[in-house]
Ligand binder design. Structure first.
Ligand SMILES: *Cc1c(COP(=O)(O)O)cnc(C)c1O
Length: 430
């Protein structure tokens, strides 16, 4: 495989950007080698600067549920752009996207559009703090909620801990407001509510944790979180930036039938352009400025191009059987890989839900906490990633990241990719 052009671009990029990239995982640090520079995409395929073609399972880390450069999405963006990129004033488009979402989502009544998932979560946390008049928040090890200060905190040792910051530059005083516990652990959450009685504003969780492997939780656990929040007058936030509109319009809340107080969205909602959103009951959302006292704003919030892309994409997702077909395709892909691994006694399993999947080098039947992920298994992922790339299959460059199947991934494409993956598993385990 030719890599010259990507390599030259990367060398240049390293003089412009830290690590040569504008978001760290793109630098290929965990799989080694240098990143491919992507030139274009169409449907399930992407092409790099050297003209190599790949089946793409990264899908921009989730937003592209229709695949790359979907005609309807591109048309909508073009039409919007011709009318002007931004006004800093309300447009009818925002009403249109809001109504499309609210008609099909029974868990929120009002929303606010922002420009990224990070912003949505940061604002949701502020709302929870403003509403409850409490400062502390509780999060889980193995969940990612964007890069705002309060959330760049990882677990320390012990059942209930203030974490350690996972980034330099996060003040200790912020870290001390964030309690971090293990996923799937009732005892730790109960203990936190005892240790910090009447101080916890909210619990935030990815109801489908998909940023550190795919750590599927039991419905009972999510319901337990709902109940303990209610008992303690704390709010429950579902961070559905990745699961929202991926597992249907009601997201994980609908899938598990657990009603959170605030939900955050991102990724799919913007059709590949930068959009985030947080929503809740009208009563809660009315605490946001200018109606209420919790401040939150954005020069480009509700941007017409981004909102148009979102409308076009979500309209496609609402077509009959959209999600059932996507899930059926994914299950068949995942099941054959699991059957193959089993037949060959490979220590490998694909976990999946909806159209999200995760390649794990494990014999375990389920993995619910980040502590269960064996870091040495990432060496196997590294080999797999490299071999797949050589054969035209593009996975996100980290074994902790999940893969996505889009509407544009045809059965034929998936069958082809499946055979390549099997061949590469043979190499990993040879
Ligand atoms: C991607 C993601 C975020 C951050 O969204 P950005 O748009 O990258 O800021 C937050 N929470 C979850 C669950 C995510 O998957």
């Amino acid at each position: 495989m030719k890599r010259e052009k990507s390599e030259v671009l990367y060398e240049k990029a390293r003089t412009y950007f830290p690590g040569g990239v504008n978001s760290p995982v793109r630098a290929f640090r965990s799989v080694g080698g240098s990143p491919l520079f992507i030139e274009r995409g169409k449907g399930s395929q992407i092409w790099d600067a050297d003209g190599n073609e790949f089946v793409d399972f990264c899908c921009s880390w989730g937003p592209l549920i229709l695949g790359h450069a979907n005609d309807r999405v591109i048309d909508a963006i073009k039409k919007a752009a011709e009318k002007g990129c931004t006004f800093g004033a309300p447009t009818a488009l925002e009403n249109e996207l809001a109504s499309l979402i609210l008609k099909n989502n029974k868990y929120i009544q009002k929303m606010r559009f922002v420009s990224s998932g990070t912003e949505a979560v940061m604002s949701a946390i502020r709302l929870a703090r403003g509403y409850t008049k409490r400062d502390k928040i509780l999060k889980f090890e193995g969940c990612y909620h964007g890069h705002s200060d309060s959330l760049l905190v990882k677990a320390g040792s012990g059942l209930v801990t203030f974490g350690n910051s996972s980034s330099a530059g996060v003040p200790l005083s912020f870290v001390n407001e964030t309690i971090v516990v293990s996923l799937n652990n009732e005892k730790a959450v109960k203990q936190a509510f005892i240790d910090f009685k009447d101080q916890i504003a909210c619990i935030i969780i990815e109801p489908i944790p998909a940023n550190n492997g795919l750590l599927l939780q039991r419905k009972e656990y999510l319901q337990f979180l709902r109940d303990i929040c209610t008992e303690n007058k704390a709010l429950l936030i579902f961070d559905e930036v990745i699961s929202g509109f991926r597992i249907g319009f009601n997201g994980a809340a609908g899938y598990y039938n657990v009603h959170p107080d605030i939900i955050t969205y991102g990724k799919i909602i913007g059709g590949g352009l930068p959009v985030g959103m947080y929503g809740a009951s009208s009563e809660l959302m009315n605490h946001i400025s200018p109606e209420g006292s919790v401040y939150q704003a954005g020069t480009l919030s509700g941007n017409p191009l981004a909102i148009s892309a979102g409308i076009a994409q979500l309209t496609e997702c609402l077509k009959p059987n959209f999600y059932t077909e996507l899930e059926a395709k994914t299950s068949s892909f995942v099941n054959s890989l699991n059957d193959y691994a089993k037949l060959n006694r490979y220590c490998f399993r694909v976990f999946s839900i909806g159209s999200i999947f995760w390649f794990a080098f494990t014999d375990a039947l389920s993995i619910e906490t980040s502590e269960e992920i064996i870091s040495e298994s990432m060496n196997n992922f590294k080999v797999l990633h490299k071999e797949l790339l050589e054969r035209g299959v593009y996975l996100g460059p980290s074994g902790y990241e999940v893969g996505f199947i889009s509407e544009a991934h045809s059965l034929e494409t998936l069958n082809g990719a499946k055979r390549v993956i099997m061949e590469c598993l043979d190499i990993v385990f040879q």
